[in-house]
Design a protein around this ligand. Structure first.
Ligand SMILES: *Cc1c(COP(=O)(O)O)cnc(C)c1O
Length: 467
């Protein structure tokens, strides 16, 4: 326990002794049982300290096959992005310093330099996330006025981002037009009034509308906006820069196509299909940006140097036309089915070799699907090859729970009486850890069976419940 400060050890020890004393007072134990409890105190103190001093944000292994899993931190960063973050973080940088003129500089310039080249735009700004980008743009361009939005686009994105709510917070008045399923250009035409400040298009990034549905093409909306001297803004959400059609994925708009259609201000995320750090990116036509850049909200929503470092490295991969190889989320999305399949087969034979038959676990490959997730390509899937685990001892729920309670938590799907692992979202060097986790299953049952009482056991019992 030398690794812990004395003060903490003493406090933890006092806590344990306090509860022990209370149990004795209540007359719960015979003497020999009390002595046994006393022996356990050092271990309990150590475990207690471990829990207290463990970081709450932990690395996990994502075997769910959801590539941009919002609950699991969306896009994993590329090695280049991590190198740049380390380099910038470990010392000083020219974050707001102009090295050529020796005066104070602006932090806007950093990722802007790459975004402008990549997307052929006049201006680009980076803020904390896409929700912040939308709030900032609406507040800068439409505060005190009206914003026209189709009723079919008043969407909610996970984590309580709702278009009407953001609109209210921005100080702009929402002017809804059309119906849930159909909005025509004429609906927009009728809604334009002197107090109209902006037309907003929101990408339906996490659901699909099928059947009797209609919305005007972006080009027509842009033409209408410009005829009335209004900006057209589009909240794209994902901000896809690559063509996904080779995967059979249709309808995910690219940033380039929105620019081509004539949209004036576009907002998208840094950590969705772009594959970089959490960030919100605003791009578009120059004339709309002074209002955004001088808004005090921009200062409040700005990003730190680490985000800029990671974002620059991510964008650089696109500029080198190397994004599919170097950006992890894109490599996962584009990994051919045959590769996932052969990885799954190899994994199973390695697991069988290393674990033997003692777990009475059957492992086989199974056809399935991965999804991109993270508010993109709703309802569309990528064929994958799953590993299906089935145990004669544990229920699928118990097996899943064991994996989730592993030292490096492993997250998997459960389907019926099987646990499904999708290696598409698992890094090659993480594969071994899953085998280790399954291997420790036997040990853990044994260990838990030895200590049957106490608070911890109610937890462990539920996660190790047999069928
Ligand atoms: C995801 C998404 C957002 C929010 O993006 P964050 O980067 O998570 O803040 C906003 N709008 C749309 C359309 C989205 O898909």
């Amino acid at each position: 326990m030398r690794e812990y400060p004395r003060r903490r050890v003493v406090a933890a020890l006092r806590g344990q002794l306090f509860s022990l004393r209370n149990q004795v007072r209540a007359g719960r134990w015979a003497l020999d049982e009390f002595q046994q409890r006393l022996h356990e105190v050092p271990r309990q103190v150590r475990e207690g300290l471990q829990v207290q001093l463990a970081p709450s944000l932990r690395r996990v292994i994502n075997a769910t096959g959801v590539v941009l899993h919002t609950n699991l931190g969306r896009a994993p960063l590329s090695p280049a992005a991590i190198d740049r973050m380390r380099e910038v973080a470990s010392g000083y940088s020219n974050l707001e310093f102009d090295l050529s003129t020796n005066v104070r500089g602006r932090r806007d310039v950093h990722a802007q330099h790459f975004l402008k080249q990549l997307l052929q735009v006049d201006v680009a700004l980076v803020v904390n996330n896409c929700a912040a980008a939308v709030l900032l743009a609406l507040n800068s361009l439409a505060e005190g006025g009206e914003v026209i939005v189709s009723r079919g686009e008043l969407v909610e994105i996970g984590g309580s981002f709702r278009v009407p709510d953001i609109m209210r917070k921005s100080g702009a008045q929402l002017h809804e037009v059309g119906t849930t399923n159909r909005t025509r250009l004429s609906d927009y035409v009728c809604a334009i009034r002197p107090q109209t400040k902006l037309i907003l298009r929101v990408h339906r990034s996490n659901f699909r509308m099928v059947g009797f549905a209609e919305q005007p093409p972006l080009e027509e909306l842009a033409r209408l906006a410009h005829k009335n001297h209004l900006p057209l803004m589009e909240d794209l959400g994902s901000g896809c820069l690559v063509d996904l059609s080779s995967l059979g994925i249709r309808g995910e708009p690219t940033v380039a196509s929105s620019l081509k259609a004539g949209v004036d201000v576009i907002t998208f995320s840094g950590d969705k299909l772009l594959g970089g750090p959490q960030a919100g990116i605003l791009i578009g036509k120059k004339k709309y940006f002074p209002a955004i850049q001088t808004n005090p909200l921009y200062r409040a929503l700005r990003v730190d140097k680490l985000t800029l470092a990671a974002l620059e490295a991510t964008l650089n991969a696109y500029l080198h036309e190397n994004e599919r190889n170097s950006i992890p989320s894109l490599s996962m999305i584009f990994e051919p089915l045959e590769r996932v399949e052969s990885r799954a087969r190899e994994w199973i034979s390695r697991a069988n070799r290393e674990l033997g038959e003692n777990l009475s676990l059957s492992m086989e490959t199974k056809k399935g699907v991965s999804v991109i997730g993270g508010g993109s390509t709703p309802g569309q899937e990528i064929p994958t090859c799953l590993i299906a685990l089935h145990s004669k001892i544990y229920s699928a729920r118990a097996l899943e729970s064991c994996l989730r309670h592993h030292e490096i938590p492993i997250l998997a799907r459960v389907e019926g009486d099987r646990v499904l692992l999708d290696l598409r979202t698992v890094r090659k060097d993480e594969e071994e850890e899953i085998i280790r986790a399954i291997g420790s299953l036997g040990d853990r049952t044994h260990a838990k069976a030895q200590s049957r009482q106490g608070k911890q056991d109610t937890q462990s019992k539920s996660f190790l419940r047999s069928k």
